[in-house]
Design a protein around this ligand. Structure first.
Ligand code: 13P
Length: 256
């Protein structure tokens, strides 16, 4: 299982910014195949990023994949403002982030909707990264593992057998964008729990499923977090917006 180091740019970067970033970033990860890298720009920059990656891959070897930050589950129709899996397929998108805490908390996405999106992504050959995580209040009440288990069971209801086609990101809500990351011990406790849960749910068919940590990952804490046995990569927000910082995180992972 290769580590996956993924950049979630959220609502940041125009097309011009994206191209400028890739111009700087791609040479640093040429011929780097020990790990997998994924970049999820906003929808408006996906097409340009896809063309840029395609051109780079004609000139050199890169293990850099493209991700979308969300999608709707239907293929087409009257769903104003939404993006379908077919539209992502056309742009050679590999990954789609689903159930991110910002989608859940700002846009009101529920587990049932996330479950439909998970089904649809897998059906269309997109690899979903399911995001789960507890709020600060839930952690303080000692409910972390219950919350994470419920989110995973509901999002994966009916697709337990397809576990090898998806990844999971544990992103404690209190650690996202706060500069307050989970300690390596806190992350490992939840990751270990998720591993045994998905192993049980899939009847052992989880050896390709990576469990990423997300929440204030940066070049200073990445080294200790990735040393945890059940941390299989990162989903990085703000520190991925700068190509040099994102590359530094990658170097920390390569040192392990
Ligand atoms: P930050 O790295 O900015 O905390 O964001 C994490 C995140 O939400 C990645 O999906």
């Amino acid at each position: 299982m290769k580590y996956l180091i993924a950049a979630n740019w959220k609502m940041n970067k125009t097309v011009a910014d994206t191209l400028e970033y890739l111009e700087l970033f791609l040479p640093s990860v040429k011929d780097l195949f020990e790990i997998e890298i994924m970049i999820a720009p906003p929808f408006t920059a996906l097409s340009s990023a896809s063309i840029k990656l395609d051109t780079a891959k004609k000139e050199g070897e890169y293990n850099v994949k493209l991700g979308a930050q969300n999608m709707y589950y239907e293929e087409k129709g009257a769903f104003t403002g939404e993006i379908s899996p077919l539209m992502l397929n056309e742009l050679q998108v590999d990954y789609v982030i689903l159930g991110h805490s910002e989608r859940r908390h700002i846009f009101g996405e529920k587990d049932e909707l996330i479950n439909k999106k998970m089904f649809s992504a897998i059906e269309h050959g997109l690899r979903p990264i399911l995001c789960v995580g507890e709020t600060l209040e839930e952690r303080e009440l000692g409910k972390t593992l219950n919350v994470v288990e419920a989110q995973i069971r509901k999002a994966l209801a009916g697709i337990e057998k397809d576990m090898q086609f998806l990844d999971i990101a544990y992103e404690p809500v209190w650690a996202i964008g706060t500069g307050k990351n989970a300690t390596p011990g806190q992350a490992e406790e939840v990751h270990k729990f998720i591993r045994s849960l998905i192993n049980e749910m899939s009847k052992g068919n989880d050896d390709k499923t990576r469990i990423l940590y997300g929440g204030s990952v940066n070049e200073n804490n990445a080294g200790d977090l990735i040393k945890q046995p059940n941390v299989n990569g990162f989903l990085v927000g703000s520190a991925s917006l700068d190509p040099e910082r994102f590359y530094k995180i990658i170097t920390k992972v390569l040192e392990v």
